[in-house]
Design a protein around this ligand. Structure first.
Ligand SMILES: Nc1nc2c(c(=O)[nH]1)N[C@H]1C(S)=C(S)[C@@H](COP(=O)(O)O)O[C@H]1N2
Ligand SMILES: [Mo]
Length: 215
């Protein structure tokens, strides 16, 4: 009686272990094209799981069916892009850049994305524009000089370590504002507004953080 109970229990445990192994194998096979890269050209990368979630309204879940990225303000033609318009029609660039948050943590990531400058081309920016204001789905905003965006080949990223941005990390796009504090790295971008308003202050900037945000 005792022996057969042990037998049943161990058979049960064994079966579960088998299921466990099979499940793991299946998951790995399914996710091959979405495996996170942790080293790039000899440089160690952080994990996409090393980030802390401290967004003003928590993680946002954007449905691509309704998603639009608009280019507005001081432009000749206002533009409305779908996610596919951007991913399929523009050149993808990658770079390894470290995000530093003022709260004292940082993460070095291989980012894949599209040049903001390329997204502006079709809109034909008015020469009066000096500032780019980015708006997000959660009501967050931040701004950067147009010169900074162009001179530094600033991208909006859609992949981190070769994995599509998860919702918590800003899907579909996060700004890779290299050499600037994390609060310039706006996630869930919905609008790129060209402006000449040098006094514009974004969410954290209007709450006392420096507008230049230089590291
Ligand atoms: N839309 C939006 N973008 C945002 C924020 C936010 O609250 N909302 N927080 C910023 C801050 S303060 C930092 S440090 C980085 C952090 O990136 P992470 O949330 O992916 O770790 O996102 C930035 N982008
Ligand atoms: Mo931050």
């Amino acid at each position: 009686m005792t022996l057969s109970l042990v037998g049943i229990v161990s058979a049960f445990v064994f079966a579960n272990a088998m299921v466990g192994i099979l499940t793991t194998t299946t998951n790995e096979t399914a996710s091959l094209e979405n495996v996170e890269v942790r080293e790039y050209e000899g440089q160690d990368l952080s994990s996409i799981n090393d980030f802390r979630e401290n967004s003003i309204e928590g993680p946002q879940h954007i449905d691509l069916e309704y998603y639009k990225l608009t280019v507005t303000g001081l432009v000749k033609n206002e533009i409305e892009y779908t996610y596919d318009d951007i991913i399929s029609n523009y050149q993808i660039f990658n770079k390894v850049v470290t995000l530093h948050c003022v709260e004292g943590w940082s993460a070095t990531i291989l980012w894949d994305g599209i040049l903001v400058e390329d997204l502006l081309e079709e809109a034909e920016v008015n020469p009066k524009a000096t500032i780019v204001i980015f708006h997000a789905y959660d009501g967050y905003s931040t701004s950067l000089p147009l010169d900074y965006i162009i001179d530094n080949n600033i991208i909006i990223a859609y992949k981190m370590n070769k994995v599509t941005l998860p919702p918590e990390r800003g899907f579909p796009f996060q700004l890779v504002a290299e050499s600037k504090w994390g609060y310039k790295w706006i996630k869930w971008i919905t609008e790129i507004e060209l402006s000449d308003n040098e006094d514009y202050r974004g969410y954290w900037e209007s709450r006392g953080y420096p507008n230049d945000a230089d590291l």
